[in-house]
Design a protein around this ligand. Structure first.
Ligand code: GTP
Ligand code: MG
Length: 149
């Protein structure tokens, strides 16, 4: 099963949007297989966003991401990386589509409440950065609605 790393950023946690955000992924049908809450160190935040380290907003991004509690999750499901990004919406909430998490729940690019892996390769990299393999629950979906018949 395809996996994506999804994280609720400190603004999402501060705004008590954890349940709302998880609900959107669950209602879609994605399977939650890993979850924890932690305050990332700045070093961990910088590693997570290392591909952006030449950007002018990098320092602010790292500072903000490590400023509070992050809910780190792994969701599984068909096409979850791409479809998860559709659920999340565009980076700039003002450019995102109505019905997406970022359109419905936030305004600022720098306070866009949720992260989602942008490729299968970055998903694998990010899951390894945030989770040990034994922190991921390999439970089987018994409801056939969520699986290909
Ligand atoms: P993530 O899911 O968090 O990785 O967002 P993304 O994939 O939609 O965007 P990207 O990876 O390019 O940027 C990571 C994060 O950096 C964004 O979610 C924003 O919070 C922040 N960011 C990106 N571009 C800008 C920008 O132009 N200005 C500011 N202030 N922040 C930005
Ligand atoms: Mg990104």
């Amino acid at each position: 099963q395809e996996r994506s790393f999804i994280a609720i950023k400190p603004d999402g946690t501060q705004r008590r949007l954890v349940g709302e955000i998880i609900a959107r992924f669950e209602k879609k049908g994605f399977k939650l297989v890993g979850i924890k809450i932690l305050v990332p160190t700045p070093e961990h935040a910088a590693k997570h966003y290392e591909d952006l380290n030449k950007k002018p907003f990098f320092n602010g991004l790292v500072k903000f991401f490590s400023s509070g509690a992050v809910v780190a999750m792994v969701f599984e499901g068909k096409d979850v990386v791409r479809t998860g990004r559709v659920l999340i919406g565009a980076t700039d909430p003002s450019q995102s589509a109505p019905g997406t998490i970022r359109f419905d729940l936030c305004i600022e690019t720098g306070r866009n409440i949720i992260h989602g892996s942008d490729s299968n390769e970055s998903a694998a990299h990010e899951i390894a950065l945030w989770f040990k393999e034994d922190e991921i629950a390999n439970w089987v979906s018994t409801n056939p609605v969520y699986e290909k018949m």
